[in-house]
Ligand binder design. Structure first.
Ligand code: SPV
Ligand code: MG
Length: 291
């Protein structure tokens, strides 16, 4: 089997920053790969939105896992799965590690909020889990994995919850000491200042991961220069799709003819290619007994 955990480890060992984009299904993963990204983020927000439900653990682990499997099958890139809080306590984390690793997912990311979580950009209820409880989850995750290459990313939500930099460092250090392979430091600030301050005070070797959704003006060159190892553009694909689909459908409804939107939509031939139709055609030639 193509070992994607090893592939992600190789990317990490390379100098420079790893660029990752979010997806919620196999088609999205193909588009991420075609665009030249290094890895795919199986985004909880995207998967929830694709099911038209809030990003608040309304779906079950099985739903997220099914979407992650679909994403993973569709791409040769390593997949980093957003696993929210681990869908419960350490017992749930142990099961999720077994399941995701067996699927060939390269890494999982678990965040230190209380279950059920709510998306980090929703104001209000952003309850942090007690530090020792989350340390237990990280230890359970690391003990549960089978291959050495599989990665567990610990996501620190202290800045999201408004607990400040000191708490963010305290938690990040504890999670790294508990065995986390990387730290995702999240922020909902409009500028990257607090992320930059966090990075300046980070003394450990574990790589840092950021998700610049709210501080979108930051460039990949800046992040790389600050020492960030992985940048995740978590939901650009989903938001692009929603805007494009909505605009085209409204225009079509008004115009009453598909010709009015023909220039705005992808040709059928592109869809067939994204579906791997040419490969099926080749298989047909080789295996079909029908003329
Ligand atoms: C996601 O894509 O589901 C994430 C990133 O976790 S965020 O929406 O910023 O919380
Ligand atoms: Mg998420």
């Amino acid at each position: 089997m193509h070992d994607k955990a090893q592939a992600l480890r190789r990317l990490l060992a390379r100098p420079g920053i790893i660029q990752v984009a979010g997806a919620h299904n196999g088609l999205g993963a193909r588009l991420v790969e075609e665009a030249g990204f290094d890895a795919v983020w199986a985004s909880g927000l995207e998967i929830s939105a694709a099911n038209a439900v809030p990003d608040a653990n309304i779906l079950t682990m099985t739903d997220y896992q099914e979407a992650a499997a679909n994403i993973n099958e569709a791409t040769d890139l390593p997949v980093i799965a957003d696993c929210d809080t681990g869908y419960g306590n350490y017992g749930n984390v142990i099961r999720l590690i077994k399941k995701y690793e067996a699927l060939g997912i390269a890494a999982v990311c678990i965040e230190d909020k209380c279950f059920p979580k709510v998306n980090s950009y929703i104001p209000g209820r952003q309850e942090l889990a007690p530090l020792p409880e989350f340390v237990g989850k990280i230890m359970a995750a690391k003990d549960a994995q089978i291959s050495a290459a599989f990665m567990v990313i610990a996501r620190v939500e202290a800045l999201i919850a408004g607990w400040g930099l000191e708490e963010a460092w305290r938690r990040a250090e504890a999670y790294a000491a508990a065995g986390a392979d990387a730290i995702l430091i999240h922020s909902k600030a409009k500028t990257p200042d607090e992320i930059q301050a966090f990075i300046r005070g980070w003394r450990r070797a574990e790589p840092l991961v950021v998700v610049p959704t709210s501080y979108s003006q930051v460039t990949v060159e800046e992040l790389a220069a600050w020492g960030v190892k992985i940048v995740i553009y978590a939901n650009a694909g989903l938001r692009a799709a929603v805007r494009a689909m909505s605009q085209v459908l409204r225009k079509l409804r008004q115009a009453g003819s598909l010709a009015a939107v023909e220039a705005d939509i992808t040709p059928m031939s592109t869809i067939f290619e994204l579906q791997d139709m040419p490969r099926l055609r080749a298989a047909e030639k080789k295996y079909s007994c029908r003329p």
